[in-house]
Design a protein around this ligand. Structure first.
Ligand SMILES: [Zn+2]
Length: 292
């Protein structure tokens, strides 16, 4: 792994997201088992309403509270009860403070609490996050696995070995067979890999192989970003990660610089579709280059 390489950074990506959050459009999509997903206001948010109160998986951007609140009202009148963070990033935990103020107990992996509790630098975003306010910090954390029962539903949580960060967890709604794989999967966009807090391309590939070992034909797969997916899309994504890693590693081994590898267009076949979102082909190749 290179120590001298400085990743290319989209200018002001975090600042742009924070500024835009109040005007982003939220979309509510009903899945099965009374479970809905909210998209467009940060990482995908899952909501399970019911007599025990609403359960959330992830909290979106802080500034998107108004849109998220009206989306929640459209889902039902139950009060806010429980929030689970899939990892520590601001687009998944930004709403922690207000959801906690409305009554949500927050549960996450122990590294999510660790990163939210301190000043944390993300080189890949060229941004330093201050410690989160006390209300946004998960009060309850776990190390490897945890099962939550709420609204007659079993919610199985499992920590990944470091992948996108060192705090990623998967969430399986057992009865509805809905599998949220956090930011280990970006459906239709090149992924961001946060090397500053434990992520790596090899960790992303390991997590994706673990996801594929679990996924079935019937399962609904929720990515951290992008449209609701399934087994075939997850398999395509695995091939994309593995193929890009192989090509970039071979060129790096020949002594090519990251700029030369970008110019060789190792991801040309998918750039038009996958390179127009959060990470450009150049960003993605830089993220892979850093880890091989
Ligand atoms: Zn993330």
């Amino acid at each position: 792994m290179s120590t001298s390489y400085v990743p290319c950074v989209p200018p002001g990506l975090v600042e742009t997201a924070l500024r835009g959050a109040p005007s982003f459009q939220v979309t509510v999509q009903s899945l099965r088992g009374n479970i809905s997903v909210l998209t467009g206001v940060g990482g995908n948010i899952i909501v399970l309403p019911g007599p025990d109160g609403k359960l959330f998986i992830d909290a979106g951007f802080s500034g998107s509270r108004p849109q998220i609140s009206s989306a929640l009202a459209s889902i039902g009148p139950d009060p806010v009860r429980q929030l689970i963070n899939t990892h520590w990033h601001f687009d998944h935990t930004g709403g922690n403070e207000w959801l906690h103020a409305e009554g949500a107990a927050i549960l996450a992996h122990e590294n999510t609490r660790k990163h939210l509790s301190t000043t944390t630098r993300v080189e890949g975003w060229n941004f330093t996050f201050p410690p989160s306010p006390p209300g946004a910090i998960p009060a309850e954390v776990f190390e490897d696995e945890r099962t939550v029962q709420l609204n007659g539903t079993t919610i199985a949580l499992k920590h990944y070995a470091p992948a996108h960060t060192d705090s990623d967890i998967s969430v399986h709604f057992t009865e509805a067979d809905i599998f949220h794989v956090a930011d280990t999967f970006w459906n239709g966009f090149y992924p961001f890999i946060d090397y500053s807090t434990g992520g790596s391309i090899d960790g992303m590939i390991r997590a994706t192989e673990a996801n594929l070992a679990k996924v079935t034909d019937n399962m609904i797969v929720i990515p951290g970003h992008g449209a609701i997916g399934d087994k075939s899309q997850l398999a395509f994504y695995r091939d994309l990660l593995v193929g890009t890693r192989e090509k970039v590693a071979a060129l790096k081994k020949q002594g090519k610089s990251v700029d030369e590898i970008v110019a060789a267009k190792p991801t040309a076949a998918t750039d038009a579709k996958w390179g127009n979102g959060f990470r450009s082909p150049k960003d993605f190749i830089g993220d892979v280059f850093q880890g091989v």
